[in-house]
Ligand binder design. Sequence first.
Ligand code: BES
Ligand code: MN
Ligand code: MN
Length: 463
Amino acid sequence: MSKIKNYIESNKERFIEELFELLRIPSISAKSEFDNDVRKAAQLLKTHFLNLGLDNCEICETEGHPIVYAEKIIDESFPTILIYGHYDVQPVDPIELWDQDPFDPYIKKTKIHAEGAIFARGACDDKGQMFMHLKALEIILKNDTLPCNVKLMIEGEEEVGSDNLELFVKNNKKKLSNDIILVSDTGMISKTIPSITTGLRGLSYLEVEITGPNRDLHSGHYGGTVANPINVLSKMINSLHDENKKITIPGFYDNVIEMSEDDRTKLNSSPFDINEFKESIGLQKEDGEIGFSTIERQSIRPALDVNGIWGGYTGEGAKTVLPSKAHAKISMRLVPGQDWKRINKLFTDHIKDIAPNTVKVKVTEHHGGQPYVAPTDTIGFKAASKAYQDVFNLEPIPTRDGGSIPIIALFEQELKSKTILMGFGLDSDAIHSPNEHYGVSNFLNGIETITKFHYYFKDLFND
Ligand code: BES
Ligand code: MN
Ligand code: MN
């Protein structure tokens, strides 16, 4: 058995226990009542960095949650890897759908993870995945010297849009200079089929408020005489897709870069079982833009979805009311060519345009981000590919993910370097959902793959 495998085998219980300690901290970035816990998670990370013997370990304050930074520069002439991840997590609601406390991690076997999976909020997104990098560095530092210089930047605001990290990156370009950025915050095709994410969708997120009368009205006394904001909003939302499930906002598709037929064929040949897809989420039939497969709809085509809608009376029983207001939170997933700020404007103009003159419309913009694509002919991709082959005995398949990590496109813009997305999560790991989990073997294989990446990257860099 190799030295790396050996080290993992004899230290895995401790690795998991250390991850549990991090998972016990409810570092929910979106809710200010957890601000102290978010900071505690940052402090724990700093302690890990110090224990690893990294240099310049610091908690960098921002207007919001802190960024934890550390580095180990072995030799200025060596290549430098910047590792990015996030220690903040999503809120846990609906809490009643969790089998156990989301911040009291435990291991349970599942159909897919026969060896067991770690259940907790953040187990996969992203504490468990980010923590693999710390353990990979531990393996190298305890047994050897680092083949590459490393810089680590772990933030606490990814789940709320990374606004402060954006500023930090713009102000610290020299400190963050690197030859490649390495991130584990995405998924792989299946437990045994490795893949490297070569694209992420961008994001545009807005909120719409429709106001009718200046107060809630009796729906008997007034019903039929005034426009009901919920009826109006529903109709407007319905009109945002046509009968082919295309988005109807004028100009929406103008700059979309269509994938070549060749690349589409390749994308569609990657292993994907539509029945498994449906079964895993309890669905009778899939749906989406006519003319595209589910894989394509999920990755290379834009999407518009209502994430939440509310107004009027939603409590127990029936209260007759004609509401004054209706609200909806709407996200759009964007693909290469689309600019989120332009899409925000198109959306806002269109919503105002289609609203009847019986109501008032207010649109508020939330965070957004640009889509990202990575080439596969880089030494970063090749190094990752070799590392995966060693661990999984298969060549990783390039895939495009539907989710967004807005900061990745910004890294490219500001730091002029490409990111390699080595994610080890599975679609079934329920990130952002109740009972989020992360396979123990995904965690351990991830540590091994990442460790190997450091060596292969150095080798290929020197060639
Ligand atoms: N790690 C996810 C993104 C992700 C997950 C990409 C799986 C690919 C596969 C990240 O933490 C996330 O949740 N991003 C948000 C956007 C963010 C601005 C809140 C998303 O995609 O909704
Ligand atoms: Mn994440
Ligand atoms: Mn997330």
